[in-house]
Design a protein around this ligand. Structure first.
Ligand code: CP
Length: 308
């Protein structure tokens, strides 16, 4: 039987191409399950999962919880804002206290890059990274690639541009790793100040002209400016950012071909993307969210099979 090469999902960096294909094949099965009238399977009745979120989330938190419940796992939720972290308890103490309640898996979002890696070395549970600072967001990249595969048939050979705040984006890094593993051609596009130095060393092209980038690509993944991670101003004004790096209907209609528009959410409507693009037939933004549940079911199921 096929199994993942890893015990934890800490980042796409630690996966291989076979892992991604296994996750996608497993997600295909679960996507069929969640479209049945009874959307639940008993696969993980003996597994308990803790979702611990030290940072805000809508999509990822709800999607993981739903995925776990669809697999019949027992689920507990922890939000740092209402916890004893506020009284000075450390990350390891917090998680070890949760694990002493016989928890098998921890899904964690944390503002610090590498928090999941750190945890995996200190606690005896399977760790799933639900976003660690500006480092990685592996399940987002998996659901993004899965959505491209669903829309265009394959990821290999497709031209994908990631637009916006690449410097502070965990979605960008995980997407670059995932897309390159699957044989896509990848470019990043944004203001020079928001492109990491030496980003080409990851095997991606760099484009600072949005029109050129959009004319090159099959898929544009539009990113939000990560205002919560900006310590200084990286561009003169939001209006000027939007003029140069926002997509709108007029720009899309002037391109040589029809491209697919993606966004991991949350959207800042009118900044990186206008409503008439986000809500159009070219956008697969809500398909990404729907696919997130099947992808997270697949990840949890495959990791849990390594615990049993
Ligand atoms: N895409 C994403 O991670 O969204 P949330 O921050 O709402 O989870």
């Amino acid at each position: 039987m096929s199994e993942l090469s890893v015990k934890h999902l800490l980042g796409i960096k630690y996966l291989n191409e076979k892992d991604i294909q296994l996750i996608f094949e497993t997600a295909d099965h679960f996507k069929e399950v969640i479209n049945r009238s009874i959307k639940k399977v008993p696969s993980l009745r003996d597994i308990t999962i803790a979702n611990i979120f030290f940072e805000n989330s809508t999509r990822t938190k709800l999607s993981f919880e739903l995925a776990e419940k669809r697999l019949s796992a027992d689920v507990i939720n922890f939000s740092a804002g209402q916890s004893s972290v506020k009284k000075g308890e450390t990350l390891i103490d917090t998680v070890n206290n949760i694990l002493s309640m016989k928890v098998d898996m921890v899904v964690m979002r944390h503002p610090n890059p590498g928090a999941g890696i750190f945890l995996s070395k200190h606690v005896n549970a399977s760790i799933v990274n639900a976003g660690d600072g500006a480092h990685e967001h592996p399940t987002q990249a998996l659901l993004d690639s899965y959505s491209i595969r669903e829309k265009l048939g394959d990821v290999a050979g497709k031209n994908v541009v990631i637009v916006g705040d690449i410097l502070h984006s965990r979605v960008a890094l995980s997407n670059i790793f995932a897309l390159k593993l699957q044989g896509a051609n990848v470019k990043v596009c944004g203001p020079k100040t928001l492109l990491p130095k030496h980003v080409e060393s990851l095997g991606v092209g760099v484009e600072t002209d949005l029109r050129k980038a959009l004319n090159w690509c099959d898929v544009a993944n539009m990113l939000r400016i990560q205002n919560e991670r900006l310590d200084i101003s990286y561009f003169p004004t939001t209006r000027e950012y939007t003029q140069q790096f926002g997509v709108n209907r007029t720009l899309l209609d002037s391109l040589d071909k029809e491209i697919v528009i993606m966004h991991p959410g949350p959207i800042n409507r009118g900044v990186e993307i206008t409503s008439d693009v986000a809500d159009s037939n070219q956008s697969i933004i809500l398909n990404q969210v729907e696919n997130g549940v099947a992808i997270r079911m697949a990840v949890i199921y495959l990791l849990a099979s390594k615990i049993k």
